[in-house]
Design a binder for this molecule. Structure first.
Ligand code: PMP
Length: 326
């Protein structure tokens, strides 16, 4: 046993767990990277720390400074934690469609929360543009800009991908996950390809996102919609540029929810819906690659963040989703 020098050193080096149900269903070994084990309970702590350290190294963020960001919530939680540990202030802009738990958590962490109505990216009222404007108007502030700041994906090239490679003893046949900013997907994809060009990198896109069609047919086009928070991208962000993509899946919410339910009931894992999209994608990838393969995916955040949504039967029914295993 050993001690950890400070809270920021708790970010990363997450466990990689073999998922029994998905593995048995496919005859493969499917592993989930337990990103809910980060101090902010999501994969975004890694990007938050990397973005803040990059801004410090560039001299953009100085003592007493402010970090401003537009986020579905998890990046804000990561940034607020990192900011508290380093003595910065945070202003977080979030669409009002995100879970109450994320908003309450941000307030509890001391972030200043600004909520805006959901708007298309082309609208100046979109949460990303609002956050940029607030950063420009606030003295001593930086805009974290997680979508187009590649300090985000660097955290996954040097962190997540290296960890997965080491934890799987350099025997990795495939990797898949969904895209919010693309930092995780592109970073892990690039990092694993640098180790072994043969690792198959698959995109698992929710409905309502445009990337499935982009990688399958070269056209950014979305179809349907998803209730998954934090994922679903309609453009090629800077983090996505040059991402290796060997194959792609479009995963319905119900397929993802079925895996979330099975993992909870059979393996005691309480996850959010983006993790379900990832596990469903890993199962599809396993079926494409054939038995005996070793596949990794990301368990992005904790289900405790969605007690008022995904884990509320009335909410699920209103969204047309069914808990089949309850
Ligand atoms: N799942 C959840 C719950 C998230 O909040 C995010 C980040 N928005 C992602 C997945 C996707 O991560 P990334 O931004 O690295 O694509």
């Amino acid at each position: 046993m050993h001690t950890t020098p400070d809270t920021l050193a708790l970010i990363g080096n997450t466990p990689l767990v073999r998922l029994k149900g998905p593995s048995e269903a496919t005859g493969c070994d499917i592993f989930g990277k337990c990103e809910f084990a980060n101090p902010g309970a999501s994969v975004k702590d890694r990007a938050a720390l990397s973005i803040v350290e990059d801004a410090e190294e560039r001299g953009l963020l100085t003592p007493g400074g402010t970090i401003v960001e537009g986020t579905a919530g998890n990046t804000g939680i990561g940034l607020a934690l990192v900011a508290n540990a380093k003595g910065y202030r945070t202003i977080i802009v979030m669409p009002d469609t995100q879970s109450k738990e994320k908003m309450d958590t941000l307030r509890a962490l001391g972030a200043e929360l600004v909520t805006v109505p959901a708007a298309p990216y082309s609208s100046p009222c979109h949460f990303v543009h609002t956050s940029r404007r607030i950063a420009e108007e606030t003295p001593g502030a930086i805009w974290a800009n997680q979508f187009d700041n590649i300090a985000n994906r660097r955290a996954h090239i040097t962190g997540t991908a290296e960890e997965i490679w080491a934890q799987m003893d350099g025997r990795v046949d495939g990797f898949t996950c969904a895209v919010g900013t693309g930092g995780t997907f592109a970073g892990v994809g690039l990092g694993l390809k640098a180790k072994d060009e043969a690792v198959c990198i698959a995109l698992s896109d929710p409905h309502g996102a445009a990337l499935y069609d982009y990688y399958a047919h070269g056209e950014l086009r979305s179809e349907g919609s998803s209730v998954a928070e934090g994922i679903g991208q309609g453009r090629i962000t800077a983090n996505l540029e040059g991402a290796p993509v060997d194959t792609q899946f479009r995963i319905p919410d119900q397929e993802a929810l079925d895996w979330v339910d099975r993992l909870l009931r059979e393996e005691g894992l309480c996850l959010g819906l983006s993790s379900g999209i990832n596990v469903a994608g890993a199962v599809r990838l396993a079926r494409e690659l054939g038995p005996g393969k070793r596949i990794a995916t990301i368990l992005c955040d904790t289900g405790f963040r969605y007690l008022s949504t995904l884990y509320d039967p009335a909410w699920l029914t209103a969204k047309g989703l069914v808990r089949r295993t309850a």
